[in-house]
Design a protein around this ligand. Structure first.
Ligand code: NDP
Length: 313
């Protein structure tokens, strides 16, 4: 079995930035890309808010460049996922999807988060045929059409506003009688003429021949005035939050109620010495590529210091 100084799990901005820093520190990091090489950003098109690119940059290009930069400093970037982690003693033991076990003196968890779905069968049935969890990725296909966004938080408002500039009409399907989003976002949504908010409403299912043509909805579910009705839509966008990808670490590392890894104070350190977390997997709030990248840098710097202190460098 090989023992590495630093194993990085995940290939979003946090993972690659950690690999760049760890590589430059001489840690010869091994990075596992996971199921979605490049991470969540690769599901979008152009990134306009990553500093250094005044004209914006293609998301896939940005992630490919980060990968190349990590490799240039000696990172061993591997396809595949880590499927099992044992943090009970150091070096930690990690097993990949081919059954190889790797021993690692430090681990940087940068596995990100994934969009949540309602859990309806129809979401699977119409996946890629009208159901999406990313308006900025897929909104383009709904020019002058009618779409619905599920959720009442900041993400849902952002997605609805984005779609309102493309689509003819945008419904927001909100299960509560109010939007949870920040006031400024609420106001913007309420003031946008082609957004209609359907409060107290849940989705029962979707319908359509060769793609989404409408949704079955219920208002005041479980109450005496409950009513079901249908809306005609061409696209159904989920914006009900994200789930951190921490399943394989459950029970081994400190997490919050939602499964986000808890880091200590302003650091990337977890409750396990030598295990660090960076990016969306440890960030329920900001969820931005640039924040994740900075977080990855912190994790690698801390891993390097840890190895130095332990005389393992
Ligand atoms: P939130 O958890 O804030 O909101 C999720 C929304 O989805 C809520 O309205 C929730 O309803 C609804 N929801 C959840 N589950 C279901 C379900 N099963 N059926 C129907 N509706 C459901 O997630 P966001 O992704 O919006 O935001 C996450 C964090 O990121 C927040 O802290 C947010 O402030 C931040 N953010 C900030 C932005 C900005 O500042 N520009 C942009 C985007 C996000 P309910 O209210 O009933 O629970």
């Amino acid at each position: 079995m090989t023992t590495v100084k630093t194993l990085i799990i995940g290939s979003g901005p946090a993972g690659y930035t950690a690999a760049i820093y760890a590589g430059r520190s001489g840690l010869a990091p091994v990075l596992y890309c996971g199921l979605q090489p490049g991470g969540q950003l690769t599901t979008t098109t152009v990134i306009e808010n990553f500093p250094g690119f005044p004209q914006g940059i293609d998301a896939n290009q940005l992630m490919t460049d980060m990968c190349e930069q990590a490799k240039r400093f000696g990172a061993d970037v591997r396809d595949g996922s880590i499927e099992k982690a044992d943090f009970s003693s150091r070096p930690f033991l990690l097993t990949d999807d081919r059954g190889n076990t790797i021993a690692a003196e430090t681990v940087i968890i940068a596995t990100g988060a994934s969009a949540k779905y309602l859990g309806l069968e129809d979401e699977k049935k119409y996946a890629g045929m009208g159901v999406s969890a990313c308006a900025t990725c897929d909104g383009f296909f709904y020019r002058k059409k009618t779409v619905a966004v599920v959720g009442g938080g900041d993400t849902a408002c952002e997605e609805a506003l984005y779609l309102s500039s493309l689509a003819k009409k945008v419904y927001m399907i909100v299960r509560k009688p109010y939007l949870r989003a920040a006031e400024i976002m609420r106001k913007r949504v309420e003031e946008t003429a082609n957004i209609e908010i359907l409060y107290n409403t849940n989705t029962l299912g979707l319908f359509g021949e060769n793609g989404v043509e409408g949704a079955h909805l219920v208002r005041y579910k479980g109450e005496p005035n409950e009513e079901t009705y249908d809306i005609r839509i061409d696209g159904f966008f989920l914006a009900i939050g994200h789930k951190p990808n921490t399943g394989i670490f459950a029970g081994q590392i400190d997490m919050d109620e939602q499964g986000f890894i808890r880091t200590q104070g302003n650091t990337a350190s977890t409750n396990i010495e030598g295990v660090f977390a960076a990016g969306d997997v440890a960030d329920p709030v900001y969820r931005q590529g640039v924040v994740a990248a900075g977080f990855g840098a912190k994790a690698a710097i801390e891993a390097d210091r840890f190895l130095q202190e332990k005389g393992l460098k």
